[in-house]
Design a protein. Structure first.
Lengths: 415, 284
C-alpha cells in the first residue's frame, strides 16, 4: 500500500450567508452604530451554512482522484482548503509534499507585461522557482505556440493566445501533488485536445492529482478513484466506474442536479434536468455538430400553473447573452413536462455555454435554474485561421467571385 | 517472491498540517524564506509596471521629491523663513522628503496590496506576508533614484559627507519597518473595510506635519520631545538630515523611542495580519 499523501479528518468549512457584500465599508458600521448605538452590544446572530462538513478521506501517492457533484456541493471549497487558500472552520488535513493548485487559468498574469515576463511571474506565483522556469521556458513557449509574440504585452493577445500561454505555464508545474479545478475546457477545440493530452500525461505520470470536473468522460478517462460530494458531504467514495455510475444513475432518476430548488422541496415547480436530444451523443450535454439541434428541459409542476410564462436564455462563458426566448400563457397541469426547443442550427464558436431557464405564474417566479452541467460545444471550426479574428458565430459559408452577369470567376471556396 | 521490493528513495517532503486555528504568532520564517523568489518577482513586477504605465517613467521618481522641494523651499523657506539648521533650504527639504516620500508611497501601496491581489489570493497559496513586504521593498527603487539627485545636490552645495553618513542605512531600515508595520495593519483592514484606503491620504497629510519635514524638530518644545518621538518618522527624518549633512542634533534618545514604537507596530501588525491570513480569501 502506498503512503497517504493527503489525509483529512472531519474537515468542515462554514460561511456566513445573507451578506450580499462580503466586505463592508467602515461608514456602514459607523452609520449603523450612530443609528442605534446599542446594536453593537446586541449581536444579531448571523446565519451560517456549511459548505463542507465532516469530510474525511485520503489520497495515496500516485493516485488520480476525481471529485464530482453538483455546483455548490463543496468540491471547490475542498480544493481551496487543501491548497491553503482558505482555512477550515473544523477538522484538519495533513499533506505530504509540495502542492500546486490550478484553480484558474492565468493566475497572476498582468496585461502590461510581455508574454516572456508573464511566464516568469505566473510561474513564480504558481510555485515554480526561477531555475525551473528557465529550464522549462522553451517547452512552455513551444506548447503555447506564441514564439512570435513573446515580447508583446499580453494585453494585445487574442483571448486564444492568452489562454494558451496561461495553460502552458500551468501545465508545466510539477509539484508532488496537483490540485486541479475544471480549467481544461479552454481555447479552441484543437488546443483543448492538446490540454487533455497533457493532463493525461500528468495523470498517468505517477503524480498525485486531485481533479474536479463536471465532465464524466474526462473523469472516466483520467481518474482511478472518485469522491462524490453532495451538500458539503461525501456521498460516495470508491472506484471510478462505480461512483460515476451511481452519480449518473441518481441524475437519471430525476434527482435534481444543480437546481437551487433541491434545497427547498415543495415548491410549485422545479426544473429537473436538461439535455441535448438531437443530435444524439455519448454525452447529453456535448454538442458536436452545428445542427439541427433539439434541447429539452424537464420541469416538474406540483400545482397547476394557469398563466405560465417561460423563458430560456443561452450565455457564453463570459456571461454574454447569446440568445433568449420567452413564451406566455402556458397552462401546465401537475406532473412532468418537457420544454423542447429545436434549432435548425446553433452556429456558436466551440466553448462552454450555459442555459438559464425560468418558469413564472402570473408574474410570480416559480423557479429560475442556471442549468448544469454546462453545454460544451465542440463542433468543427468554420472561422478565420487566426485566433484574433475568431468571432462569436461559427458558420460555414460558400464564397465565390463573379462578374456582374453572375458568371463565376476564380476564387470559389467553402469555409 | 523472486523480485525484491524496490526501495523507493524517500525524499524529504514538507509535511503541512492544515487546521482551523493557529497560535498567536507563529512566524514561519523558513517558509517565507522559501518564497523569497516570489517576493523578488513581485518587487520586479511592481517596478516594471510603475515605469511602463507612465509617460516619463522613472523620471517621476526624481520629479516628485524635486518639485516638492522647490515648492517647500520657496514657501516655507524663502517666504516663511523657517529655521533650517544652517542648511540651504533645498538641501534641508530634500533630505527630509527623500525618506518621507518613500514612506508615504510605501504605506499607500502596502494598504492597497491585498485588495489589488484579490484574484491571486483566491486562487493560489503563498504566504500573504509577501504582498505588503513586496510593496514596501519596491518603493526603495524610487528612493534610490531620488538619492542620486541628492548626491548631485551635495556636490552643488559643496556639502562633504561625514562619518555620520554611514548610519544612513539604519534610518532607512527604520523607515522601511515603520511602513511595513503599519502596512500590515492597513492592508488587512482594507480587505475588510474598503474605505480604509481613502483614510490613508488624510492620515499621511496630518502625519507629514507631525514629522519634521517642513521644520526642524528643534522647534518642538523640549518637554514635549518624548511625545513627539513616539512618531517613528520623526526620528527617521531627523536622522536622515543629521546623517547626510552632519547638521542638527543626533537623534539619540528620540531614536530609541521611535525604534520601540516600530517594534510594537510590527509585532501587532504581524499578529493581526496572521489572524486575517487564513480567511482573507473569504472576505476580499
Amino acid at each position: 500500500m502506498r503512503e497517504a499523501v493527503i489525509q483529512t479528518e472531519r474537515l468542515g468549512k462554514r460561511y456566513r450567508i445573507g451578506e450580499r457584500e462580503p466586505y463592508r465599508a467602515l461608514r456602514h458600521i459607523l452609520g449603523e452604530t450612530l443609528k442605534s448605538p446599542l446594536r453593537i452590544f446586541r449581536r444579531t446572530r448571523p446565519s451560517y451554512f456549511w459548505a463542507l462538513k465532516d469530510v474525511s478521506f485520503e489520497v495515496r501517492e500516485g493516485e488520480v482522484l476525481g471529485l464530482i457533484g453538483r455546483n455548490g456541493a463543496g468540491k471547490t471549497t475542498l480544493l481551496k482548503i487543501l491548497s491553503r487558500i482558505t482555512r477550515p472552520t473544523d477538522g484538519h488535513a495533513e499533506i505530504r509534499g509540495r502542492v500546486g493548485s490550478l484553480l484558474e487559468v492565468g493566475t497572476g498574469f498582468h496585461p502590461e507585461l510581455t508574454g516572456r515576463e508573464n511566464t516568469y511571474l505566473s510561474g513564480a506565483i504558481l510555485g515554480m522557482s526561477k531555475k525551473e522556469i528557465d529550464a522549462k521556458f522553451d517547452s512552455i513557449v513551444d506548447f503555447a505556440e506564441i514564439e512570435k509574440f513573446l515580447d508583446t504585452p499580453v494585453k494585445h493577445y487574442s483571448s486564444g493566445m492568452f489562454v494558451r500561454l496561461a495553460f502552458s505555464v500551468a501545465a508545466h508545474l510539477e509539484p508532488d501533488i496537483l490540485l486541479v479545478d475544471e480549467v481544461l475546457a479552454v481555447g479552441d477545440i484543437a488546443f483543448q485536445k492538446k490540454c487533455l493530452g497533457k493532463m493525461g500525461d500528468v495523470a498517468h505520470g505517477g503524480r498525485t492529482v486531485v481533479f474536479v470536473s463536471h465532465q464524466m468522460n474526462q473523469i472516466r478517462r483520467l481518474c482511478q478513484r472518485v469522491v462524490w460530494f453532495d451538500a458539503g458531504q461525501i456521498r460516495k467514495n470508491g472506484p471510478t466506474a462505480e461512483v460515476v455510475g451511481a452519480y449518473e444513475g441518481a441524475m437519471a432518476a430525476g434527482e435534481v442536479v444543480g437546481s437551487p430548488a433541491a434545497a427547498t422541496p415543495g415548491g410549485k415547480a422545479r426544473f429537473l434536468r436538461w439535455e441535448i436530444v438531437e443530435p444524439r451523443a455519448s454525452e447529453p450535454h456535448l454538442l458536436s455538430s452545428l445542427g439541427p439541434v433539439t434541447v429539452n428541459f424537464e420541469v416538474r409542476v406540483n400545482e397547476p400553473v394557469l398563466r405560465g410564462h417561460h423563458g430560456a436564455a443561452l450565455f457564453n462563458a463570459e456571461r454574454q447573452l447569446m440568445w433568449a426566448w420567452a413564451t406566455d400563457d402556458l397552462r401546465l397541469e401537475p406532473g412532468s413536462h418537457l420544454l423542447s426547443y429545436t434549432f435548425p442550427m446553433l452556429p456558436l464558436r466551440p466553448g462552454v455555454y450555459a442555459w438559464q431557464v425560468s418558469l413564472w405564474d402570473d408574474r410570480t417566479l416559480l423557479e429560475l435554474w442556471d442549468c448544469l452541467p454546462e453545454m460544451i460545444i465542440a463542433t468543427e471550426v468554420h472561422q478565420h485561421p487566426l485566433d484574433e479574428w475568431n468571432g462569436v458565430l461559427n458558420i460555414p459559408c460558400n464564397f465565390h467571385v463573379s462578374d456582374g452577369r453572375g458568371m463565376r470567376l476564380a476564387g470559389s471556396a467553402r469555409i | 517472491m523472486g523480485i525484491a521490493p524496490i526501495q523507493v528513495a524517500h525524499f524529504e517532503r514538507p509535511v503541512v498540517r492544515i487546521t482551523a486555528r493557529r497560535g498567536w504568532l507563529q512566524l514561519e520564517l523558513r517558509e517565507l524564506w522559501s518564497y523569497r523568489e516570489l517576493l523578488y518577482f513581485f518587487v520586479w513586477r511592481d517596478v516594471k509596471i510603475r515605469y511602463k504605465q507612465t509617460a516619463i517613467g522613472a523620471a517621476w521618481a526624481v520629479l516628485q521629491p524635486f518639485l516638492t522641494m522647490v515648492v517647500f523651499s520657496l514657501f516655507f523657506g524663502a517666504l516663511a523663513k523657517i529655521p533650517s539648521q544652517g542648511l540651504p533650504y533645498p538641501v534641508f527639504y530634500y533630505c527630509a522628503l527623500l525618506p518621507w516620500m518613500y514612506f508615504a508611497s510605501a504605506l499607500q501601496n502596502a494598504t492597497n496590496t491585498v485588495v489589488e491581489h484579490q484574484r491571486v489570493i483566491t486562487k493560489v497559496y503563498f504566504p500573504r506576508l509577501v504582498l505588503p513586504l513586496a510593496s514596501v521593498l519596491s518603493g526603495l527603487v524610487d528612493f534610490a533614484i531620488g538619492f542620486v539627485v541628492f548626491l548631485a545636490m551635495m556636490l552643488y552645495y559643496g556639502i562633504v559627507p561625514t562619518r555620520t553618513t554611514l548610519l544612513l542605512p539604519v534610518f532607512l531600515l527604520l523607515a522601511v519597518l515603520t511602513a511595513l508595520g503599519l502596512g500590515l495593519w492597513l492592508s488587512a483592514l482594507n480587505a475588510l473595510y474598503r474605505d480604509v484606503k481613502y483614510v490613508v491620504p488624510f492620515l499621511l497629510q496630518f502625519w507629514m506635519f507631525a514629522s519634521p519635514v517642513v521644520y526642524p524638530s528643534a522647534l518642538v518644545p523640549e518637554r514635549w520631545r518624548w511625545l513627539y518621538a513616539l512618531n517613528p518618522m520623526a526620528g527617521v527624518i531627523e536622522g536622515f538630515r543629521w546623517a547626510l549633512t552632519g547638521h542638527g542634533q543626533p537623534p539619540g534618545g528620540m531614536l530609541l523611542v521611535s525604534a520601540g514604537m516600530v517594534a510594537v507596530t510590527i509585532l501587532g501588525g504581524l499578529i493581526y495580519f496572521q489572524k486575517m491570513e487564513g480567511t482573507i480569501a473569504d472576505v476580499v
